[in-house]
Structure formats: structure tokens, C-alpha cells
Design a protein around this ligand. Structure first.
Ligand code: C2O
Ligand code: CU
Ligand code: CU
Length: 522
């Protein structure tokens, strides 16, 4: 990459070295005062530039001319071999038509951009044969999946160019909207932004027994939301929107469609929202402010639907919503400005238009009760740990593939306290497990955080207490990751590793082959 990313801003407290302000006499003062005014002006202009000029923003809500039918990712074909459901994914290069100025070089799975939707039932054994036809290494991580660390597809599982990787595991978690994407150390943003991402839907009997919209592509729609900017030749502009968050784009893509509309044929439609952007925070709602039902979050359905007019999602988070439509109407899914405490900035913009047919097939009302979501049980907590997100560090440390940051014991729970201590947008994602939010600043979490979560946005200076359970899969050699899911932050080293071991088992971390511990030069 040719752009120079801005250095992480220094937290305010550190920007005034002690002794710097001591006065040494009139002459010094005469020089220093005008000089500091100049310095302040330059610094001020820099902050203005960083927060305004380079923050690429989509045009204001109401201005997009929705002219393209929403693409719906294909369902991934599979076959059952000796009791294992087998999928095939090929990471490949391609070209996509997003903008009139030219074709965009992209990456995709089994196609030019994004990947097919994998669907499997709870209890099924699955295998994915992943062939890497890129010129670079990659990995495939199953975001939100509970599975052995060696199958998790983190930075310890690179797939060399030309190679095939065949992770296999048993689906053992409630029905949920999960997703998959590369996780190559230091290069995740680049590969995800180029188009490598897809959904993985887990189904189970509880969810199937509920009267919810469930016909894929008809009234149950994957909605992968990304923001991109384009160069004059149609290629993705990586540097244009580059600032403290990472790359922000001025054009919204849904499932790889610019200016998309969805033809709705039923009274109710279920949208599986995935913030597939690498840096942008969204607060999804509708142009007319209508209420909708939030029915599920990262790890599955909520206990009961939550009627709301907005659902904020940081990169990597998912939400399942059900929205009601009247015959013949049009309404736009928009993103409203996120809470200022998220440090995300921005204004309202359009995401996708829903166009209801003149007559709609009836849909059942959303059930009042959905699934049993147990009360979080923190009675047998084995350890408490705290995580401070600041600059591009977690607990003042940068990611090191050769260092284990913490060791958890299988079949125990821990309380993790997480805090974003500086005015940068950050989130917190944990692999392998779906955690529960016990409290936010000592109070109960909002309803949208009351279910199973694997990623949360961190409002500035608030304390999130998470109950994290390590149910299975002890492995003293391969770690899982926790990190900020703003992908540029992750690539800059805002990530740590944990092992899950048997009681008394010694950690024995293996570094990935060929790792040199220098990934910050990309
Ligand atoms: Cu969505 Cu560690 O990743
Ligand atoms: Cu993940
Ligand atoms: Cu971050």
C-alpha cells in the first residue's frame, strides 16, 4: 500500500511533557508564545482535517437514487460425506462493476466479490474445503463460531497461495447470523475491504419452530453493509478516507450492490444486518422513523423481540430485525449519526430502499416470546481481568503472535472488564465464545446488549463487564484472539491472544510458520 497512515493520536494527558511549560524568562516567552500559537493552530487544523476533511461521508439521507436490485449472496452448495456436511470455498481475484468510471479489481469467495452464504444446523458436523487462488496468503475465520482454536482461522492458520485448508468441526450453538472473513496478521483490513467476507447462518429447532420470516432471499434477507470510496478508474480508494478510524468510504454497498433496492413481497421482512465495514459505525433505522422488532444479536435470538427505531452496529456486529411493510409503500433503511460517545461522527445517510409490492403475502406476527436466554450466571467465576483500549494498544501492549496474553481454563467463566480510555472509536471482539454483558458502568445493559454477543462497541470511558465462558476445546498450542474489530486498529496491533487449557495444563504456544513478528510495514 502506498499511503502513509496517520500516526495514532496521542492521548491528551501525554501531549504535555512535564517541564515543557516552565518559563525561562521574557525572551523565551516572547518566542514561545507566538510559537505555541502557531503549533496550536497547526494541531487544531490537523484535528479538523482528520475529523472533517478526510472523513469520507456518504451523501445525506434522501439523496441516493436507488436503481439497482439488491444482490443476494447465493446459498453455498454442500454435500454430506460420511456424516459430514462439506462446503467448498475458493478465495479468488475478480472484477466487479460498482461505478460507471470503470471496473473494480476485487476479491471474493467462489465469485468476484463477497462469498456465498453457508447454512448448517446445530449438531451437524461440517467441513469447509478452502482453496486459496490468491497470489497472497490468507486465512478464513468463522466470526462468532464456537469451535476448536485450530479450526478458528485466526492469524495462526495461514493458507499459502495455492494451498487448501480443510477445517472441520461440529456446530454447537444456537441459531444465529455469523460470518466469515480473512484474519491474516497485519493484513485483515486489506483483504476484507477487497471483498473477502460472507455469512454463515446457524439454524436450530428452537428458531425453526417460531413463526418468523425464514425464506432465504424472499423474506429473510442477508444485508452486508460496507462503505467504500473509488478512484477515477473505478478501483477502490484505500487512502482517501483514511483517518484515525481506518478507511471510511463515501459510497454504501449492500451485498456488493451500490444504490440498492429490495422488492418486498411479504407483509414482514427479516433483515440480517451485518456491519461488514472495516471502520464505520452505523445506527440503522428507517427514513420515516418507523419502529421495527429487534429479534436477534450476534449470538442468536433474544428472549423477546425489542421494539425500537434504531440499532447501532460497530464493525463485525450483527442484528436480526423484522420490519412491517404496507402494500405499495417505499421506505429507506438509513444510518443515523451514531451516539457521540462512540467517537464515530457522521450524519444520516441512505443504505437501501425497501419497495413493497402492490399486494403482499400475509406474514405471521412476530411472536411475543422467542427463545430461552438464561440469566448470566456469574456465581462460579474463575478469574477477573481488565482490558484498557487506548491508542492502538490493549493494556499498553501490541499484538505479538509469540506471546500468550492470558490463559483460561476450559469449562470455566471469567469476568472481563473492558474500557475505551481515549477519544477514538474502538470495539471489543472475542473469538470462540458468545459472552454476556453483565453491566455497563454498573447499570444493566440496554436490551440490545442483553443477549449473546461476540462484539461490542465501546462508548468512551464507560466500563463494560462481560461474562465470558470457555465451554470446550482445550488446546495448549493454538490461541484464540480478542481485539478491536476496527480492522485497521486490529492490523496495527490492537489484539491479544488467549489459550484455553485443561486444569493444570501447561501452555505451549506455537508460532505460525514463517512468522517474523513484523507486520506493521504494510
Ligand atoms: Cu471478525 Cu477476529 O474477527
Ligand atoms: Cu472473530
Ligand atoms: Cu479500535
Amino acid at each position: 500500500m502506498t499511503f502513509a497512515p496517520p500516526a495514532p493520536p496521542t492521548p491528551p494527558a501525554a501531549s504535555r511533557p512535564p517541564g515543557r511549560r516552565r518559563r525561562r524568562g521574557l525572551l523565551v516567552t516572547l518566542i514561545a508564545v507566538p510559537l505555541s500559537v502557531v503549533v496550536l493552530l497547526i494541531a487544531g487544523a490537523g484535528i479538523w482535517f482528520a475529523t472533517n476533511a478526510t472523513r469520507a461521508t456518504p451523501p445525506a439521507a434522501g439523496s441516493v437514487d436507488f436503481e439497482n436490485p439488491l444482490a443476494v449472496p447465493a446459498l453455498a452448495p454442500s454435500r454430506v460425506e460420511d456424516g459430514v456436511r462439506v462446503f467448498e470455498l475458493t478465495a479468488q481475484e475478480g472484477r466487479s462493476s460498482f461505478v460507471p468510471q470503470g471496473q473494480t479489481p476485487t476479491l471474493g469467495y467462489n465469485g468476484a466479490y463477497l462469498g456465498p452464504t453457508l447454512v448448517a444446523d446445530r449438531g451437524e458436523r461440517v467441513r469447509v474445503n478452502i482453496t486459496n487462488e490468491l497470489t497472497d496468503s490468507t486465512t478464513v475465520h468463522w466470526h462468532g463460531m464456537h469451535l476448536p482454536a485450530a479450526m478458528d482461522g485466526g492469524p495462526h492458520s495461514p493458507i499459502a497461495a495455492g494451498a487448501t485448508w480443510q477445517p472441520e468441526w461440529t456446530i454447537d450453538q444456537p441459531a444465529a447470523t455469523l460470518w466469515y472473513h480473512p484474519h491474516l496478521h497485519g493484513r485483515t483490513r486489506e483483504q476484507v475491504d477487497a471483498g473477502l467476507a460472507g455469512m454463515f447462518l446457524v439454524r436450530d429447532d428452537e428458531e425453526s419452530g417460531l413463526a418468523l420470516p425464514r425464506e432465504y432471499g424472499v423474506d429473510d434477507i442477508p444485508v452486508i453493509v460496507q462503505d467504500r470510496s473509488f478512484n477515477g478508474d473505478g478501483s477502490f480508494a484505500a487512502g482517501l478516507g483514511m483517518q484515525f478510524d481506518g478507511v471510511l468510504g463515501d459510497t454504501i454497498l449492500v451485498n456488493g450492490t451500490v444504490a440498492p433496492y429490495l422488492d418486498v413481497s411479504t407483509e414482514r421482512v427479516r433483515l440480517r444486518l451485518l456491519n461488514g465495514s472495516s471502520a464505520r459505525m452505523y445506527d440503522f433505522g428507517f427514513s420515516d422513523g418507523r419502529a421495527f422488532d429487534l429479534i436477534g444479536t450476534d449470538g442468536g435470538l433474544l428472549a423477546a423481540p425489542v421494539a425500537t427505531t434504531g440499532i447501532p452496529l460497530s464493525p463485525g456486529e450483527r442484528a436480526e430485525i423484522v420490519v412491517s411493510m404496507k402494500p405499495g409503500e417505499k421506505v429507506t433503511l438509513v444510518s443515523n449519526p451514531p451516539d457521540p460517545a462512540l467517537n464515530a461522527g457522521g450524519a444520516a445517510f441512505d443504505v437501501m430502499q425497501l419497495r413493497a409490492a402492490a399486494s403482499l403475502r400475509p406474514s405471521s406476527a412476530v411472536p411475543d416470546r422467542l427463545v430461552d436466554v438464561p440469566q448470566p450466571d456469574d456465581s462460579d467465576v474463575a478469574a477477573e481481568r481488565s482490558f484498557v483500549m487506548s491508542g492502538h494498544n490493549i493494556n499498553d501492549a501490541q499484538m505479538d503472535l509469540g506471546r500468550v496474553d492470558l490463559v483460561a481454563t476450559v469449562d470455566t467463566s471469567e469476568i472481563w472488564t473492558v474500557r475505551n480510555e481515549n477519544p477514538l472509536p474502538h470495539s471489543f471482539h472475542v473469538h470462540d465464545t458468545q459472552f454476556r454483558v453483565l453491566s455497563v458502568d454498573g447499570g444493566p445493559p440496554p436490551q440490545r446488549l442483553a443477549g449473546f454477543k461476540d462484539t461490542i462497541a465501546l462508548e468512551r470511558d464507560r466500563e463494560y463487564r462481560l461474562l465470558v465462558r470457555f465451554e470446550d476445546y482445550a488446546d495448549p498450542t493454538t490461541p484464540y484472539m480478542y481485539h478491536c474489530h476496527l480492522l485497521w486498529h486490529e492490523d496495527q496491533g490492537m489484539m491479544g491472544q488467549f489459550l484455553v487449557v485443561e486444569p493444570g495444563q501447561q501452555p505451549d504456544l506455537k508460532r505460525p510458520e514463517g512468522d517474523t513478528d513484523d507486520h506493521h510495514d504494510h
